[in-house]
Structures are given as C-alpha cells and as structure tokens.
Design a protein around this ligand. Sequence first.
Ligand code: ZN
Length: 65
Amino acid sequence: MIHVKACTQCRLIVNEAAECPNCHSTALTEKFMGQLIVSDPEKSDIAKKLDIKAPGRYAIKLQQR
Ligand SMILES: [Zn+2]
C-alpha cells in the first residue's frame, strides 16, 4: 500500500517520501483532503490563491493537528 502524504509547507503531494522534493520540508501529513493538479501555476487562479508556484499535485485542504 502506498502512503500518500502532503507537505504542510507547500501542500505538494508525495508518494512514500521522507521529505518534500519541492521545499525539502520533512513536515508531511497523511491527513489532507482533496487534490489539485496544477500544470501551469501562472494561469491558475486557484494555484495563486493557494500560493502554489510549481506544477504538480497538491492537497486542497490540510487537516490541522
Ligand atoms: Zn513542500
């Protein structure tokens, strides 16, 4: 089973990783809701709203601890 986690810093979704390849944070959580594929952050209003600057798969909502 693959454990999918989301970075709590930049919301990037990673598979089986110990750190986020985007911002190198190790603060990953399995508790997130929704996924958003961003292919062109420059042209995506929701990417701007979520402060996403690189293409990738992101969590829409992180569950706070
Ligand atoms: Zn990150």
